[in-house]
Design a protein around this ligand. Structure first.
Ligand SMILES: *[C@@H]1O[C@H](CO)[C@@H](O)[C@H](O)[C@H]1NC(C)=O
Ligand SMILES: *[C@@H]1O[C@H](CO)[C@@H](O)[C@H](O)[C@H]1NC(C)=O
Ligand SMILES: *[C@@H]1O[C@H](CO)[C@@H](O)[C@H](O)[C@H]1NC(C)=O
Ligand SMILES: *[C@@H]1O[C@H](CO)[C@@H](O)[C@H](O)[C@H]1NC(C)=O
Ligand SMILES: *[C@@H]1O[C@H](CO)[C@@H](O)[C@H](O)[C@H]1NC(C)=O
Ligand SMILES: *[C@@H]1O[C@H](CO)[C@@H](O)[C@H](O)[C@H]1NC(C)=O
Ligand SMILES: *[C@@H]1O[C@H](CO)[C@@H](O)[C@H](O)[C@H]1NC(C)=O
Length: 306
């Protein structure tokens, strides 16, 4: 039921971080990819992306809206049986719906991607010739973004899609506030972000990751980042997102106010910055590990020479 109704909203367009935010998470991740990783991944993606996971990271939303890709649209979230702000919890076995969820989709597509990477290494895959492989990389690049969006890991009001709020005098849903209104507010953006290259706001987040300027040190975001324990790690990431729905998303929201001006957006900015930055660093780390470039992994700032 919930998914059926959520589907109506997908058609209306509120599906995940908006496409351009997904592109930007991908461009951020590119800043942390090892050259060897890049050289392998460019053989997996179809040529139109020119080897860029950033350019490819928004594909999954469009695909979910096609008849061919409909099966994948529920892979963008996990509907926890929670009730924030009173009760936040998320369990893979209980909450991952038949047909898949963002956690199982990350697991499944990561598994496929492993085989594809082996194919590139042994020379049997080049130039994005295998669509199953290109799709797997595009899905992984997209879903590691989605799983960091708090309302992609909460079931209340179908991820906030039925929770009416006002933002900048526009009547909208809480889900959309976290998908794009707060990211745009944080970046002070009046137009969409580029889908071709990294935008200044996201470059600034990359520099904050490199300089360890978050209240939580970036190396901690990687405490579970082993593609060999994918369900465990993805479930942990989803739980972190789910927890924000109790700690802020629903506990601070006030439906009679304009969220752009009542302090809600201002308070949401550091959460969005953190979650986007985690997603990007985790994506890069995941891909570096899958390709086997891990000896040159991201090193916390204390250990690098600046
Ligand atoms: C494709 O990527 C290469 C290598 O990163 C770059 O030099 C080139 O400008 C890119 N082409 C386009 C059309 O973006
Ligand atoms: C796993 O991926 C394949 C290929 O994309 C798809 O056909 C299958 O339905 C997926 N299974 C799950 C449980 O996600
Ligand atoms: C494409 O890659 C998938 C996953 O590795 C593999 O199962 C499939 O056989 C490949 N298809 C072709 C035509 O090589
Ligand atoms: C907000 O919207 C209402 C009704 O749509 C309108 O009357 C009002 O002038 C708007 N306020 C601002 C500040 O734009
Ligand atoms: C935000 O954007 C407006 C108009 O585009 C500009 O006047 C203002 O200086 C910007 N503020 C910041 C903090 O970047
Ligand atoms: C990329 O952005 C341009 C300019 O905003 C837009 O015309 C184009 O449709 C976008 N491409 C995709 C694949 O979204
Ligand atoms: C919501 O904000 C209004 C003021 O706009 C206030 O009167 C009301 O008490 C607030 N509600 C909650 C639950 O904080």
């Amino acid at each position: 039921m919930q998914h059926l109704l959520f589907g109506a909203f997908l058609i209306a367009g509120t599906v995940s971080w908006s496409g351009d935010v997904h592109n930007q998470i991908g461009f951020m991740a590119e800043q942390f990819l090892e050259p060897y990783t890049v050289s392998v991944l460019e053989h997996i993606l179809e040529p139109q992306y020119n080897g860029s996971i950033g350019r490819a990271a928004a594909w999954a939303d469009g695909y979910a809206h096609t008849d061919e890709g409909r099966f994948s649209y529920q892979w963008h979230w996990i509907d926890a049986h929670d009730y924030p702000p009173e009760r936040c919890d998320l369990f893979y076995n209980r909450d991952c719906a038949t047909g898949g969820c963002v956690v199982s989709a990350i697991a499944n597509q990561t598994d496929i991607l492993k085989g594809c990477i082996a194919d590139v290494k042994d020379g049997s895959l080049a130039n994005g010739a295998n669509l199953t492989c290109s799709y797997a990389l595009k899905w992984v690049s997209h879903f590691l973004g989605d799983i960091a969006q708090p309302l992609h890991a909460s079931g209340r009001a179908a991820g906030g899609n039925f929770y009416r709020v006002r933002f900048d005098n526009i009547s909208t849903e809480l889900h959309a506030v976290w998908d794009h209104y707060i990211p745009y507010f944080a970046a002070n953006a009046t137009t969409s972000f580029s889908n071709q290259s990294i935008a200044p706001f996201f470059k600034y987040l990359v520099s904050r990751i490199r300089k360890d300027l978050f209240w939580e040190a970036p190396y901690m975001w990687l405490s579970c980042s082993e593609p060999t324990t994918v369900v465990e790690c993805a479930t942990r990431w989803a739980r972190e997102s789910n927890k924000w729905t109790c700690d802020y998303v629903y506990s601070r929201v006030n439906q009679s106010n304009d969220l752009a001006t009542d302090g809600y957006a201002v308070g949401g900015v550091p959460i969005v910055e953190l979650q986007i930055s985690k997603a990007a660093l985790r994506l890069a780390t995941w891909l570096n590990k899958l390709v086997g470039a891990e000896e040159k992994q991201y090193v916390p700032v204390e250990q690098v020479e600046l």
